[in-house]
Design a protein around this ligand. Structure first.
Ligand code: FAD
Ligand code: FES
Length: 506
């Protein structure tokens, strides 16, 4: 039997006894895999795989009429198939269901409703988005999904249309994903949706009073609502000899291409920094059979975010794959192909990549007079100190209802979900940004998922075993779980997300 015909033929009928209330299973209709689930008297049939990276939705969690993906927590409405929360944007297919004689039959696939923009009436005439990244893309997509019929101008200083940035340090860099997979959507998406995407268009200033932005070339563009989503830029090492042409950083598609180009002839690489990006770059270079040395000041990689046990595990995992750590030391100078370390040792490397963290690009917001305090300060609706001007993504510091702190994070899914919420609020909605922060990171074949936000904790409990690659770690402060990190415990990770959201809703 072909893989896409696994499970029962749902068109021939499934006994209700085989699908109890709340249950879900995968079968097929023709050669398509379909997930069926019963929720009370209702039954639903939707595509079995997430439209983000094809995660198996049967392993996900059903909450309030929607299914959440086990891999990166995208969320789909069971009735309509709509991708209601990033990181997925495309809807699931849905099928009609007939219930008869104690059986459930999956019938024909429903046609997808086409979204036609309404004429802008009463709402903003023109929305300008500064930034062609995660938050900017998600906002533009949501504006059109909401049938916003006014103008959308998206200004990006990037050379490429919005890309799947996480892939730039993982599959694309490792050589296991072709470049066609990297754009967030095909080029026709922008023209089909009348999104005026202008690449290589750096915004030099925002005049909040006059409600216009000025491009570096001098052109001015007026706006009725503005979203600032300028992201972050990699920190470059400020040590002797660290010229940008010799020490590469990774943020854009061009950066990733440049590393791949050098990797074609490199034999040995030095990665400065044991951050998520640094470690993912190291793993991808190992996949290309390059000898990798990781240099970092901390005692254990990722200890500050995940604690010592995860730190030891991550180190061992990378060492198992041949990476060499130089910890509790830093690069002090680059001298041709030699990386000199502060402990006196020297690494010979023909490729050097710095993964030293990022700085939020807040300069534009600051010069526009928006309130900035370790990020652009926004309220629960993601509006800045200037009415009608919103901020989202890596630059935004928002009041997080889960930790009761004002936080700024650098996570892909958060940036996209903030873009979506900002879009709704730019159209006059009053939607709070209350999603529990989520990120994932991939090291070789091991995904680490993290929900919540814990900058400090006083208790760390681990269910199962981190070293056994099957665990759920809870980061608590004063008895309250602030964050959960997991390996191959996707359902519990989703349950933790729901608990955090419900606790907030109390
Ligand atoms: C290689 C890599 C891998 C990552 N992997 C993960 C991961 O696995 N999981 C995870 O949770 N997070 C990951 N992240 C982090 C994630 O990508 C970011 O949190 C996310 O992209 C932030 O979205 P953003 O929209 O705020 O900024 P960005 O996506 O960086 O977009 C900012 C945009 O603003 C534009 N811009 C900046 N200034 C101006 C200006 N003045 N005028 C016009 N345009 C401007 C930029 O050109 C860019 O298009 C990764 C990041 C990188 C670089
Ligand atoms: S595969 Fe489903 S959210 Fe990524």
């Amino acid at each position: 039997m072909a893989e896409d015909q696994a499970g029962p033929d749902l068109s021939k009928g499934l006994s209700l006894a085989d699908l109890p209330d709340g249950g879900k299973l995968v079968g097929h209709v023709g050669d398509e895999q379909v997930l069926v689930t019963r929720q009370g008297s209702d039954a639903f049939a939707v595509g079995a795989h997430c439209t983000h990276y094809h995660g198996p939705l049967v392993d996900g969690l059903i909450v309030d009429g929607a299914v959440r993906c086990p891999w990166h927590h995208a969320c789909f409405d069971l009735r309509t198939g709509e991708a209601v929360r990033a990181p997925a944007f495309s809807p699931l297919d849905t099928w009609t269901i007939e219930q008869r004689d104690g059986k459930l039959f999956v019938r024909e696939k429903r046609a997808r409703p086409s979204v036609k923009p309404r004429a802008a009436s009463g709402g903003p005439n023109r929305i300008v988005i500064v930034g062609g990244g995660a938050a900017g893309f998600a906002a533009a997509e949501m504006l059109r999904r909401q049938q916003y019929g006014g103008e959308i101008v998206m200004l990006s200083s990037d050379d490429a249309p919005p890309v799947d940035r996480p892939s730039l340090s993982k599959d694309y860099l490792a050589g296991s994903a072709p470049e066609e997979w990297v754009p967030l959507s095909p080029p026709s998406f922008y023209s089909d949706n009348s999104i005026d995407l202008r690449l290589r268009s750096a915004v030099a200033g925002v005049d909040v009073g006059a409600r216009e932005v000025a491009l570096a070339g001098g052109e001015k563009i007026s706006f009725d609502r503005l979203l600032v989503a300028t992201g972050a830029e990699p920190v470059r090492p400020s040590i002797p000899g660290a010229n940008p042409s010799d020490v590469l950083v990774l943020r854009s598609l061009d950066d990733s291409r440049a590393i791949i180009e050098r990797a074609k002839t490199a034999r040995r690489a030095a990665v400065l920094g044991a951050s998520f990006i640094g470690l993912e770059v190291a793993a991808s270079l190992r996949a290309r059979n390059i000898e990798v040395h990781i240099v970092a000041p901390e005692q254990r990689p990722m200890e500050r975010i995940l604690g010592p046990e995860f730190g030891d595990f991550i180190r061992a995992l990378h060492e198992e794959h041949g990476a060499v750590f130089h910890l509790q030391t830093t690069a002090s100078a680059i001298d041709g192909k030699q990386v000199r370390l502060s402990d006196g040792s020297v690494i010979e490397a023909d490729l050097v990549v710095a993964g030293l963290g990022v700085r939020p690009r807040v300069g534009l917001a600051e010069s526009a007079g928006l309130r900035v305090d370790r990020g652009v300060v926004v309220d629960a609706y993601l509006e800045t100190s200037a009415p009608g001007v919103f901020a989202a993504g890596d630059i935004a510091r928002w009041p997080d209802p889960h930790s009761d702190e004002s936080i700024r994070v650098e996570h892909w899914v958060v940036a996209e979900r903030q873009g979506q919420v900002a879009a709704l609020n730019m159209l006059g909605g009053r939607e709070r940004f209350s999603a529990a922060p989520f990120f994932w990171s991939q090291h070789y074949d091991i995904p680490i998922n993290y929900v919540g936000h814990a900058e400090r904790w006083d208790e760390l409990t681990v269910e199962r075993s981190i070293a056994g690659k099957d665990c759920l770690a809870r980061f608590k402060r004063e008895g309250r779980t602030l964050a959960v990190a997991s390996i191959f415990r996707d359902l519990q990770s989703l349950e933790a997300e729901v608990r955090m959201e419900r606790d907030e809703a109390r």
